[in-house]
Design a protein around this ligand. Structure first.
Ligand code: KIV
Length: 358
């Protein structure tokens, strides 16, 4: 452990990082506090009451038409409006309080707000992505390829997904965190799927899981949702089925795609990823579903978009698929920086006096 003066010298990396998990929480302004306490009391009343509709009736003069009898049923879109943003009385953990919740995420579609998602796989990158203002972070099984170097998403294990989800969960303060169920953790029957998804939520700070599948996974989705585990479905190109699909190719069976997306919504999914499907089909699905569609290679009319971190930032070697847009060339920046460091070491230019202790 460094002493105080040394800590100052060593700089930020060794000082307290603040924020995450340190219990610090900016207190809300007094009015917000009153409004929040009122909402919290009313929510507790509603939850305990045997006749919630009577409680709701008595609330109407105070809160107006935002709460109606039908809000007594759990409906994510209404329920999101019930609590002030960033003040969800779900947990006292500062991390969870500030995060976008599943109902708020779903409600973005109805507010006409586009949803921006990106993958992330570790603490430092997830912190940067979160600080940049992303709405949702997926700890994707694409990790198998871009982090672990495999040639498909099949090899990554449940324990490895949880290990990385944990790092991401510790970093993220604002975005919704979703974790992929790796192959074949959601194909072993509903009970095993609940056990596996439950483990993901228990051992990371993620809020939801994603699983590949639509109609054929509807009983699994329903089982997970009944267990209180929010599910993002994934239809179209499903990389875990690469051998069955015969390669990574655009999926064009419009009828099947619509059937899968509708089945996922009916089973209780809060959102669905549409991967590599024609723009026109994605447009139709997005118009039909109440839950948000998140596209990757599915055109501009989805309710949100997702890309793989390494693809967006120029860290993936080789040719990228057509649907990817590279926003930076970090690969080249890293190579240049490391080459400059090597040269400095060889030429005895590093460390200089400014990097040395007297
Ligand atoms: O694993 C992943 O990264 C994904 C998406 C990019 C949707 O499933």
């Amino acid at each position: 452990m460094a002493c105080c003066s040394e800590q100052a010298l060593l700089g930020q990396r060794y000082s307290s990082q603040g924020g995450v998990g340190n219990g610090s929480c900016v207190p809300p302004p007094p009015f917000q506090k009153v409004k929040f306490s009122f909402t919290l009391v009313m929510a507790k009343l509603l939850a305990r009451s045997r006749e919630p509709s009577r409680v709701v009736d008595s609330l109407i003069p105070f809160v107006g038409p935002r709460i109606t009898r039908s809000s007594c049923r759990y409906d994510p879109f209404r329920f999101a409006a019930f609590f002030p943003k960033n003040c969800q009385p779900m947990s006292s953990h500062s991390n969870t309080i500030k995060r976008l919740t599943v109902p708020e995420f779903s409600a973005m579609k109805h507010k006409g707000e586009r949803i921006a998602m990106l993958t992330a796989y570790d603490y430092s990158m997830a912190s940067l992505v979160d600080q940049a203002g992303i709405d949702g972070i997926l700890v994707g099984d694409s990790m198998s390829m871009v982090v672990q170097g495999h040639d498909s998403t099949l090899p990554v294990t449940l324990d490895e997904m949880i290990y990385h989800a944990n790092m991401v969960g510790r970093a993220v303060q604002r975005a919704l965190v979703v974790v992929d169920m790796p192959f074949p953790s959601n194909y072993l029957g509903v009970h095993r799927a609940i056990e596996n998804a439950g483990n993901i939520l228990k051992r990371s700070q993620a809020q939801a899981v994603k699983l590949e599948g639509g109609a054929e996974q509807s009983s699994v989705i329903a089982g997970l949702v009944a267990a209180g585990i929010p599910v993002m479905a994934h239809v179209g190109l499903r990389p875990q089925s690469v051998h069955q699909l015969g390669g990574y190719r655009v999926q064009r069976d419009a009828e099947q795609l619509m059937e899968d997306a509708v089945a996922a919504e009916n089973a209780g999914a809060f959102s669905v990823v549409l991967e590599c499907i024609p723009d026109s089909v994605a447009t139709e699905i997005s118009a039909k579903l109440r839950i948000p569609t998140i596209g990757i290679g599915a055109g501009p009319h989805c309710d949100g978009q997702i890309l793989v971190f390494h693809d967006l930032l120029g860290l993936t070697p080789g040719k990228l698929p057509k649907h990817v847009k590279k926003y930076a060339e970090l690969g080249q920046i890293i190579r240049n920086a490391v080459a400059a460091y090597c040269e400095d070491v060889k030429q005895q230019q590093f460390p200089g006096p400014e990097n040395s202790f007297q």
